[in-house]
Design a protein around this ligand. Structure first.
Ligand SMILES: C[S@@+](CC[C@H](N)C(=O)[O-])C[C@H]1O[C@@H](n2cnc3c(N)ncnc32)[C@H](O)[C@@H]1O
Length: 245
């Protein structure tokens, strides 16, 4: 696979969908974000006032805003300048937005060797054709006791290989193979986006190879009292916390 070509196609797709994404997610995100991603990610990050957080692939800035409101000093970047423009329409107190591509050394250099108590990347890595470069940079971006938390679609239960059959069951067709597919994250998006399926061991081993260890692991599902669909029985979101080993 030509990852550079895929990455630039991906950026065009995200530019095309930027308005749809912002219209749909709004200031604070949809139910998935509010119930399955943001609270758990925030808890795993466990940051305090004035800590520095780098948000990798911030989209319209919804998580950056959530953390900035708590007094965290946030630097947030995305490779779509249209996403960044949308993010800047909301409150930008405590947030420094940048347009950077996480796959490019020349872009990450613009962070000027700054260190962060927290690194976060919500729902980004399964959208990127190559995550090896960004993983190689994590240790250098973290303070000694810094934490890195990322959320992804759960590769076992929420991928092109997991077909929802009914409220109780999924049909799993494959898991172990890496694969590329196209689909939609929100019903209103203009263009289908790429998904890059990787088994969980891929993410773990990439972290280990780059001097990180796992110190937190959350499989998020809806509360069965309020939502009895299939994703109250199988977790659609996986959140992993890594620290320096
Ligand atoms: C599913 S959205 C998630 C956005 C945001 N983190 C959230 O939780 O709402 C994925 C984001 O990753 C960004 N992205 C994808 N590849 C990227 C890259 N190579 N560098 C920076 N951002 C990237 C996209 O532009 C998009 O905003």
């Amino acid at each position: 696979m030509d990852t550079n070509k895929l990455n630039s196609e991906n950026k065009d797709i995200w530019d095309s969908n930027a308005k749809d994404w912002d219209d749909y997610m709004g200031e604070a995100g949809n139910d998935w974000h509010k119930k399955l991603i943001a609270p758990q990610t925030e808890q795993l990050l466990n940051l305090k006032r004035n800590d520095r957080l780098l948000d990798i692939g911030c989209g319209n800035g919804l998580f950056a805003r959530r953390m900035a409101k708590k007094g965290i000093k946030v630097t947030a970047f995305d490779f779509s300048n249209l996403n960044i423009e949308n993010a800047q329409k909301y409150d930008t107190s405590n947030i420094n937005y940048l347009t950077l591509d996480a796959t490019l050394e020349s872009d990450l250099k613009k962070l000027n060797n700054r260190k962060f108590e927290g690194l976060v990347s919500n729902m980004v890595f399964m959208d990127m054709p190559d995550i090896e470069y960004i993983f190689s940079q994590i240790k250098g971006l973290l303070t000694d006791d810094g934490v890195f938390v990322f959320s992804i679609q759960h590769p076992c239960f929420n991928s092109e290989f997991a077909e929802v059959k009914d409220d109780d069951s999924l049909l799993l067709k494959d898991y172990v193979h890496r694969d590329i597919s196209k689909g939609v994250a929100i019903p209103t998006q203009t263009k289908e986006q790429y998904y890059f399926h990787r088994p969980i061991s891929y993410y773990m081993n990439l972290g280990f190879a780059n001097g990180l260890v796992v110190s937190g692991f959350v499989e998020s599902s809806f509360d069965s009292k309020t939502n009895d669909g299939v994703y109250s029985k199988f977790p659609p979101i996986l959140i992993i916390k890594m620290i320096k080993g």
